[in-house]
Design a protein around this ligand. Sequence first.
Ligand code: ATP
Length: 590
Amino acid sequence: MLFSQLVEYYEKIEATTSRIEMTNLLVDLLKKSPPDIIDKIVYLTVGEIYPPFIGIELGVADKLALRTIKIASGRSEKLIREEYSRLGDVGLVGEKLLQTRSQITLHTRELTVSDVYHSLEKIAKTSGEGAMETKVQILVGLLSSATPKEAKYILRIVTGKLRLGVADMTILDALAILYGGGKETREIFERAYNITSDIGYIAKIAALEGLEGIKNIKISIGRPVRPMLAERLSSAEEIISKIGGKCLAEYKYDGERMQIHKKDLDVMIFSRRQENITSQYPDVVKLVQENILADEAILECEAVAIDPETYETLPFQELMHRKRKHEIEKAVEEYPVNLYFFDILYLDGRDLTLEPLEERRRTLERIVKTGDRIYLSKAISTDNPLELEKFFHEAIENGCEGLVVKSLGKEAIYRAGARGWLWIKYKRDYKSEMIDTVDLVVVGAFYGRGRRSGKYGALLMAAYDPEKDVFPSVCKVGSGFTDEDLEKLPALLEPYKIPHRHARVITGVETDVWFEPRLVLEIIGAEITLSPIHRAGWNLIKEESGLAIRFPRFTGRYRLDKSPEDCTTVDEIIKMYRSQLKKIMEASPT
Ligand code: ATP
């Protein structure tokens, strides 16, 4: 397949502001994709070259990309710098300046998708001494054969800024339509995706083996399973009644969720977003090698930073030290972690996700050798709200966020990639006057004035609607930001800037700047109200109204561990609104 054909689709997808049209374009593109490279086409379309768990990223900085444009176009550095500051997008700079390059370098043969993919792969894999020069050479080679339009997309992909806004979920919709015969089969595709986290692989199996092939996909070591997630409630009584009596209540530790894959002495650690974070935790690798009594296993735990002197648990933010590549050894010493195991998904060839929690917990108890630094999550089994409430306070006193209360029924399987009522979280902030914290994605911004001029004064935030795969706005947030946050935000958001409202964003608000939904922030507000301009739950509570968060404030937590699809959902916001109404009704005398 020619790269120019792919580029034609990218142009159309980029121009659309309709989610349905985007899916239709994707269906059409996948139909035309040769099965042997459909996985590669899918990775490129979501702006990657591998699934996230492979842990190899393109990561070419804008500066390096601009250097390649200089060589490939033969234009002056000054001109390139001027264009870059005017256009703010290496892709556009390349497209413009390569239009007028000398005839000699003009492309001699048409690029195929495979040509581009393989060159990008080489760029990603080049490391060590002289890597920069090699990367530049490969990229210059590509740009010399590319048309200006192709160059625009190559440069955007290589710098990690494709910005088409096509997510894995959007691809799943298109696959279900194309290979499943319609959206009704979407669940089957979703289960396969949830246990492999590899959208390219799913596309390839669908293209080669059809729906049957998708049904046969199994859990395997090395491919992370998407996490099971919890619903939330704000009282012990409600939880016991919702869960239907007996439950397993566990401490909700405030750390980083880890999914650990072990095969003999090989250990891989995946984050909540399925990124390979093994290199950040050499100490965890060792703990697992020594204390997990199984040849092959997939386990889940929460890693919590502790003070090496006092053994007290430290806040979640302290794990950020692990993200600095060159200081891991120091972080291991200064911020060691305790592991609290709470689930097991796979053991020695057996998929345990369809077994009830009670069974899984028993297996977990058998294979985790607990001791110093390695524990099972503290848990009690109860059907008594008073006992649950007491355990909740104990958890808070011990530095936890609250509880995750889990169903002990026969149906209590591990539901990969789903937020449901088999797990219910009970957190301290639900008890305050404020509503719960929510995780929202930035979709637009307003320029600041006065003290904030030159920065963003406020951000437009959206929740996620998984049914429609769109991001409806719920508030405009301007408070809670420190001076440091305000300084940092424009640079953080720069890669996601787009010229118009994103096709998957729904709002009645006009902003100064639009973004592809990517950056997730934790927000707390005073209450949820009806709104004529925000679109979450539009028409569901009242005609021509959506739900909005009143007096929203940034809590200071950048949820870099969450993807936009992990944001608080519209359904959750509707539930919060209803429970708030209920509380008001209960409080007011009739
Ligand atoms: P939050 O932002 O509240 O951490 P989340 O969206 O990351 O929520 P939820 O499913 O809503 O995830 O809440 C469960 C989270 O709590 C898990 O993702 C995990 O990181 C953490 N956790 C801590 N202790 C436990 C436990 N014992 N069992 C399950 N999850 C736990």
